[in-house]
Design a protein around this ligand. Structure first.
Ligand SMILES: Cc1cc2nc3c(=O)[nH]c(=O)nc-3n(C[C@H](O)[C@H](O)[C@H](O)COP(=O)(O)OP(=O)(O)OC[C@H]3O[C@@H](n4cnc5c(N)ncnc54)[C@H](O)[C@@H]3O)c2cc1C
Ligand SMILES: NC(=O)c1ccc[n+]([C@@H]2O[C@H](COP(=O)([O-])OP(=O)(O)OC[C@H]3O[C@@H](n4cnc5c(N)ncnc54)[C@H](O)[C@@H]3O)[C@@H](O)[C@H]2O)c1
Length: 458
């Protein structure tokens, strides 16, 4: 490839947004190259080491609740995960590789100039240029400068722990979504789990009544959460690991078979040589983008985790829509038009959230009404009882003046589905009364809205 305009598009990284855009533009007749660092990562984080493999294990762990520590059962779940992720990886690869106008390249890309990259693939080096470049390199586990916290042996990040033997005891450092999902999952598999978080309380961004329900469910599988816990150092030997921390000023330590470090994920920019292309980063290391996901270099866009936005697969997918619209459409889409983006943390039952919590709304001085009910007390919601798990809570925060939904916290079986309906209602300006009076199938979890939205307590 000699001429910088040889290609129409280069995508660096096989993430959700980039692979989708590569396919769309190739089908529209553009000449596209997609570069992925590892053949184990075709399809990106989500299907290989993120959402999908963890949810497979979480599902199988849920089916094992109450059956104790059972490495054989765990190994069977791991086998199922490996089969499914291998199938998805192959499918992801062939979806692009079979398109005539797409060149798939396995190697590590870095910039050598504006809209020009070099790819190292084993002993081979390739230089490519294009009219447009998409950076979609995702994020990597945040490293910790704590003594003894390098990944290896008994110290894990979310990727290595998925490939380790089932630990009898596990210490999780960090009580964010990664930390809590792994804690809940290993608790269900029968491991003794302790979570250490430095925050003032667990799930500090959630209302206390909602957080209490999640904690109670974690407690059901013997997960202990220690807050205000500041980890000082970690040590390990052939038999065990030990985490030294301070809680409320008092030194403590805890022993475990394995330690998971889950302190966030950092945009993957370290090997991109962004300076060569005039691409700037923010103070937190993300690629600087505007509302249309343009970087500071003309013709270069950043999609997904690497641009510092919310770290969710479906946000990367929406990033693809914005850039797709800029290239093929009206250019009107932007991150500024995103409303009510929901998210779900897959503890068991899952906690699904959208919009404001009650504490957020009160801090903002909004005039609100709040409807809240424990799932076990919702008569018109037999579905959780049918599937044998009636734990949880449903909470709505509604504007007292115009009846519009400002936020919701749903913690119950199926909440990862119901939240999408609530988010759509928020986006479309559907009032809580309309949602309350809607026809929903029966028996479903959605029909809880008929009852909960008719019971504003405060
Ligand atoms: C354990 C875990 C569970 C998660 N669960 C969920 C969930 O349930 N739901 C959800 O929505 N989100 C979840 N996430 C977050 C979600 O996985 C990410 O937000 C999403 O995958 C990010 O996608 P992306 O498009 O930014 O790129 P990614 O999918 O991260 O892809 C980036 C790709 O770029 C490649 N790459 C990096 N550098 C280079 C280079 N120099 N050259 C070539 N290739 C390169 C990488 O190998 C990688 O394949 C989870 C994350 C983790 C870690
Ligand atoms: N279901 C999902 O959608 C899902 C699941 C997993 C991950 N993710 C994505 O992955 C991203 C990364 O998740 P994460 O949980 O790794 O990071 P996070 O930043 O969300 O949480 C990190 C936690 O670690 C705590 N912490 C930070 N430093 C600490 C220290 N020194 N000692 C003790 N505690 C400390 C913080 O208080 C915080 O609670 C999330 O932002 C999320 O978007 C999504």
């Amino acid at each position: 490839m000699e001429d910088e305009n040889d290609l129409d598009l280069i995508v660096i990284g096989w993430g959700k947004g980039g692979k989708t855009l590569a396919g769309t533009l190739a089908r529209a007749g553009q000449r596209v190259a997609i570069v992925e660092a590892s053949k184990e990562m075709y399809g990106g984080t989500c299907i290989n080491i993120g959402c999908v493999p963890t949810k497979i294990l979480i599902h199988d762990a849920e089916n094992h609740a109450g059956h104790g520590f059972d490495p054989e059962y765990f190994d069977t779940a791991v086998e199922r995960r490996d089969k499914l992720t291998a199938m998805m990886r192959a499918k992801n690869f062939s979806m692009l590789d079979t398109l005539d106008s797409v060149m798939t390249i396995t190697g590590r890309a870095s910039f050598i100039g504006p809209r020009r990259i070099r790819v190292h693939a084993g002993d081979e080096t390739l230089e490519l240029g294009a009219k447009r470049i998409i950076i979609n390199t995702g994020a990597i586990p945040a490293s910790s400068d704590l003594e003894g916290a390098s990944i290896g042996g008994r110290i894990h990040d979310s990727t290595t722990l998925q490939h380790a033997p089932l630990p009898k005891s596990l210490v999780v450092i960090g009580g964010g979504p990664v930390g809590l999902e792994f804690a809940s999952m290993f608790g269900h598999f029968g491991s003794k789990v302790t979570v250490l978080d430095r925050g003032p309380r667990a799930l500090k961004n959630e209302d206390e009544d909602v957080a209490a329900e999640v904690l109670s469910a974690l407690n059901d599988v013997d997960v202990e959460i220690k807050v205000r816990a500041s980890v000082q150092r970690i040590s390990q030997n052939a038999h065990t690991a030990r985490v030294y921390y301070e809680q409320d000023g008092a030194p403590q330590d805890i022993e475990a078979d394995a330690v998971l470090i889950a302190l966030g994920r950092t945009p993957a920019t370290h090997e991109l040589n962004l300076v060569a292309a005039g691409i700037e980063t923010t103070a937190s290391g993300a690629i600087k983008v505007d509302d249309h996901l343009c970087t500071t270099a003309e013709g270069v866009y950043a999609l997904g985790d690497v641009n510092g936005g919310p770290q969710f697969t479906y946000v990367s997918l929406d990033d693809n829509r914005i850039v797709g619209d800029a290239i093929l459409g009206s250019g009107k889409r932007s991150t500024a038009d995103r409303v009510a983006v929901p998210h779900t943390t897959f503890t068991t039952p899952p906690l699904a959230r959208v919009g404001l919590s009650e504490q957020d709304a009160r801090t903002q001085g909004l005039s609100i009404k709040v409807a809240v009910k424990k799932v076990a007390e919702i008569a018109a919601m037999p579905r959780p009882k049918i599937v044998g798990d009636a734990r949880g809570i449903i909470k709505f925060v509604v504007d007292a003046q115009n009846d519009l939904i400002l936020g919701a916290a749903l913690m119950h079986v199926d909440s990862q589905e119901v939240i999408n309906l609530v988010a759509l209602a928020m986006r479309q300006g559907v009032t809580s009364t309309t949602l309350r009076d809607s026809i929903f199938t029966h028996p479903s979890s959605t029909e809880a809205l008929n009852e909960v939205l008719g019971s504003f307590a405060r």
